[in-house]
Design a protein around this ligand. Structure first.
Ligand code: AHR
Length: 502
């Protein structure tokens, strides 16, 4: 067995973890809404048409915020289409995903769903085909108590109390040529600033996320952030980051190292925010909202075929990636990257939640099951609450195509509010088990409460409706602890949660 070590100290803390880093995302895209969370006539549908089996899976996952209604979709969306009597709502062509949006589920229905799920709504406004005026109107509709045109419209639509939506996205991926209403950094920064000002004049308690680059490979990455922040720094609160990874060549060690790119991305954007802070002599710190992250590549070809055969239909089965075991390991490492950067990343959304590049899958008229990626997310959301610790880790390393010195043992440690400690760990080594020795003497007497393990001998193993537990967590081999020194057995190629309690 190979060896790695870790030193934890109760006083060596990075930051409180904002629970919103365990957020997710539902876009009006594919079968996320129609056939995902909402399927009237399904045996599991409640009186409003929402699937109870999906709701149970969402609740078990533990998602404190849900970003909605897009994504690319939002850049052509008129929020007024989604309110009022359902039968009077218009059907619209959705030019983001070449489908027809029926607006059967809108703001009121989705807000009620998120509340039942125990989540808060993170609402995205359209700064693509629309602008500050409509942004102002929707804040008035959602958050003003009454006595004005839009707040009275909400009340007439059956919702007396305001929705009180606290977190708003100022558009989506506005740098991308695929976006309706693409803008340069300067153009977007100006629009976002004017929208932000008047949205906050309507409700000063709201927080706003401005769009950064769509990903690090955009030619304007970096300059886009600089230009747009120069225009809107004082009126926004967070900058968004988006990143998806794939493994089209089947290079597992290289794929598992991609979380290092995510870490670099976070540090780069935080530095850009601080550079503008310096330039403006500002006292304000802009934090980060990593509001789209995941593995995404399995469904790319399939989607092209769907569009060839079937443009403009409602709820096309788009972006239905079937996740395998190695995807779950990278998702685990991405979650640990977010946790370790909790001093700057205050919001993050696994994109997405149901059917569309999602941890939860459904069949129309059929079952609901958890993909492989469901489990690391559920564990992190459940046990990764509290304060992230500055761990000193010593692990053997490897080189791969894009990165040097990739640690085989990737970890994050959290001091939970009950005084327990949770260590998350991915072993990226395809062959070797490790003994992870953890020095945690400053915590006093801790015992090993539980070791949860996710492993499969086949990196390409998946779950399905008929084999939902093919890749599922089970008890790990654990280890020993005495005098504050733990020795934990970490199997080759695995996701681990080691929970220490008092
Ligand atoms: O999550 C799927 C899509 O990915 C979103 O609509 C868009 O913002 C991103 O490009």
């Amino acid at each position: 067995m190979k060896k790695a070590s870790m030193i934890l100290d109760k006083d060596y803390q990075i930051s409180r973890i904002d629970k919103r880093i365990y957020g997710s995302f539902i876009e009006h895209l594919g079968r996320a809404v129609y056939g995902g969370i909402y399927e009237p006539g399904h045996p599991e549908a409640d009186e409003k048409g929402f699937r109870k089996d999906v709701m149970a899976a969402v609740k078990k996952l533990g998602v404190p915020i849900v970003r909605y209604p897009g994504g690319n979709f939002v850049s052509g969306f008129n929020w007024e289409d989604s309110i009022g009597p359902v039968e009077q709502r218009p059907k619209r062509l959705d030019l983001a995903w070449f489908t027809t949006e029926t607006n059967e589920v809108g703001l009121h229905e989705f807000a009620e769903w998120t509340k039942k799920a125990g989540s808060d709504l993170m609402y995205a406004i359209n700064l693509g085909t629309r602008g500050p005026e409509q942004a102002r109107d929707i804040v008035e509709y959602a958050n003003h108590k009454g006595g004005s045109k839009f707040s009275d419209m909400r009340i007439a639509n059956g919702k007396k109390e305001p929705f009180d939506i606290k977190l708003w996205c100022l558009g989506n991926e506005m740098d991308g040529p695929w976006q309706m209403g693409q803008k340069t950094g300067y153009e977007y920064g100006r629009t976002a600033n004017e929208a932000a000002k008047i949205m906050k004049w309507v409700d000063p308690t709201i927080e706003l996320v401005a769009c950064g680059s769509s990903n690090t490979e955009m030619p304007t990455f970096g300059s886009y952030e600089l230009e747009m922040l120069d225009q809107c720094y004082e009126n926004i609160d967070y900058v968004s980051l988006h990143r998806y990874y794939g493994n089209p060549t089947g290079d597992t060690p290289g794929f598992l190292a991609r979380s290092m790119d995510m870490d670099d991305f976070i540090h780069t954007v935080a530095s850009i925010c601080d550079a503008i802070k310096g330039k403006k002599h500002s006292k304000k710190q802009i934090n980060l909202s990593f509001d789209e992250w995941n593995v995404w590549y399995h469904s790319n070809e399939q989607d092209q075929d769907i569009w060839k055969q079937d443009k403009w239909n409602r709820a096309l089965p788009l972006l239905e990636d079937i996740y395998n075991f190695e995807d779950a390991l990278l998702v685990g490492s991405m979650l640990m990257t977010l946790i370790r950067n909790a001093d700057r990343v205050k919001i993050a959304c696994l994109a997405q939640l149901v059917n569309v590049i999602a941890p939860i899958m459904t069949r129309n008229g059929g079952g609901c099951w958890a993909q492989t990626t469901y489990y690391p997310f559920m564990h992190a959301s459940r046990y990764g609450r509290g304060t992230v610790l500055q761990a000193l880790v010593n692990s053997p390393v490897y080189d791969c195509a894009d990165y040097e010195k990739v640690p085989y043992i990737d970890t994050a440690a959290v001091l939970n509010d009950d005084g327990g400690v949770t260590v998350f760990c991915v072993n990226r080594d395809m062959q070797e088990d490790y003994n992870l020795s953890i020095d945690m003497r400053s915590f006093g007497n801790l015992k090993i409460e539980e070791h949860i393990l996710l492993h499969h001998d086949n990196v390409k193993a998946v779950n399905s409706e008929t084999e939902p537990d093919n890749v599922a967590p089970r008890p790990g081999p654990g280890g020993e602890i005495s005098d504050g020194k733990a020795d934990i057995h970490i199997p080759a190629l695995s996701w681990n949660v080691i929970r220490f309690s008092r």
